[in-house]
Ligand binder design. Structure first.
Ligand SMILES: Nc1nc2c(ncn2[C@@H]2O[C@H](COP(=O)(O)OP(=O)(O)OP(=O)(O)O)[C@@H](O)[C@H]2O)c(=O)[nH]1
Ligand SMILES: [Mg+2]
Length: 291
C-alpha cells in the first residue's frame, strides 16, 4: 500500500491526470478526515482548473466530529469547492455524493448530459472503497497496491453521473516532518525512515495533549502519565507487555496503541485542525516541469 514517491513518480501521476482532465466535469478529492491537511494535495487545484471540486472527508467514523465540522466549514469557503464528511465503509453512505455532483455541475445536468467525475487522492484514503460503493460492485481493488495505470474506463452510476474506474493517485505532503508523522500514525504511509516506536511516541504525545480523557478511559488509567514514554509504559503494564526483568516491550505497546487508534477504539480523534494553515507555509512539492 505504501508508495515511495519521487519526482519521476509525481510527474507521471500528474501527467496521467492532466490527460484525462478534458473529459472530466467534476473532481472528487478524497481525504482522510483525521488529517485533511496532510492527506490533501494542493496540486489538485491546479489540475482541475475551473472545474468544481467535491472534497470528501472520508473515514469520518474515525475522526473527531467537532473538528470535522470545522474542516467542512473551512473547505466550503473555497472557490468552486463543496465538502462532505463520509464513512464510505458504511452501507449506503457513498450515494450521498450523487445529488451533490449534479448540483455542482448544473449545466450538464440541465442539458441531459452526464456529469463526468473523477476520484483523486493520496494512497489509502478510501478511493477504491468509494468507487466500489458507488458502482455497487467490486471493480477497484481495496486495501491493495495502488492501481497500475490502465486504460481509463467510465462507469455509469445512473442518475446522470459517470465515474472513471481508475482513481487519480496523488502523493501525500512530504516535505514537512510533522505531516510525515501524522500520515504514519494513520497508517497512510509506511516510511522506513521513521521507526514504529517513533510513530507511536508521536501519537502518544499528541493524545496526551489533545485527547487525555480518551487514553485514560481506553487504558483504564487512574492518572495521566507525564509524557509519551510513561504513557507507553503504563499501557504496557495494563496489557502485560513485559519482557524478562519487567522491562516494557515498547514495540508491542506501540503496535497496540497504533492499531487501536487506527481501528477507532480510542474514539473519534483528529490529528489536524484548520488552524494548521496558519503555522504552515509550505506547499506540496511541485513535481518536475511538464514535458
Ligand atoms: N474506518 C474506515 N475505513 C475505511 C473507510 N473507507 C475506506 N476504509 C479503509 O481504508 C483502507 C484503504 O481503502 P482503499 O479503498 O483501498 O484506499 P485507496 O485510496 O484506494 O488506496 P490506494 O489504492 O492505496 O491508493 C481499507 O482498509 C478500507 O476498508 C471509512 O470510511 N472508514
Ligand atoms: Mg485503491
Amino acid at each position: 500500500m505504501a508508495v515511495i514517491w519521487y519526482p519521476g513518480h509525481m510527474h507521471k501521476a500528474q501527467k496521467q491526470i492532466k490527460e484525462v482532465m478534458p473529459q472530466v466535469d467534476l473532481v472528487i478529492e478524497v481525504m482522510d478526515a483525521r488529517i485533511p491537511f496532510s492527506s490533501e494535495n494542493p496540486v489538485v487545484k491546479e489540475l482541475r482548473g475551473p472545474r468544481p471540486c467535491l472534497k470528501v472527508l472520508n473515514k469520518s467514523d474515525l475522526a473527531d466530529p467537532a473538528i470535522t465540522a470545522q474542516w467542512l466549514n473551512y473547505f466550503s469557503q473555497q472557490e468552486g469547492v463543496r465538502a462532505l464528511a463520509l464513512t464510505t465503509t458504511r452501507k449506503g453512505e457513498a450515494c450521498k455524493i450523487l445529488s451533490l455532483c449534479r448540483e455542482m455541475v448544473p449545466l450538464r445536468a440541465q442539458r441531459g448530459e452526464p456529469v463526468r467525475t473523477m476520484i483523486m487522492g493520496i494512497p489509502n484514503v478510501g478511493k477504491s472503497t468509494l468507487i466500489n460503493a458507488l458502482a455497487g460492485r467490486a471493480i477497484a481493488k481495496v486495501g491493495n497496491e495502488p492501481a497500475v495505470t490502465k486504460q481509463q474506463q467510465r462507469i455509469s452510476l445512473g442518475n446522470g453521473i459517470v465515474l472513471s474506474d481508475t482513481p487519480g493517485i496523488l502523493w501525500p505532503r512530504m516535505e514537512n516532518e510533522d505531516s510525515g508523522y501524522r500520515l504514519a500514525v494513520t497508517g497512510a504511509i509506511k516510511n522506513a525512515a521513521i521507526s514504529f516506536e517513533e510513530v507511536a511516541l508521536y501519537a502518544a504525545d499528541f493524545f496526551l495533549l489533545h485527547y487525555p480523557q480518551a487514553v485514560m478511559a481506553r487504558y483504564k488509567l487512574s492518572e495521566l502519565p507525564v509524557g509519551a514514554i510513561e504513557l507507553l509504559e503504563a499501557i504496557g503494564r495494563k496489557r502485560g507487555c513485559l519482557r524478562a526483568g519487567g522491562v516494557t516491550d515498547i514495540h508491542k505497546v506501540s503496535e497496540i496503541l497504533l492499531n487501536e487508534f487506527r481501528a477507532g477504539q480510542l474514539g473519534g480523534i483528529s490529528l489536524e485542525t484548520p488552524a494548521i494553515y496558519e503555522t504552515s507555509d509550505e506547499d506540496c512539492g511541485e513535481p518536475v516541469a511538464d514535458d
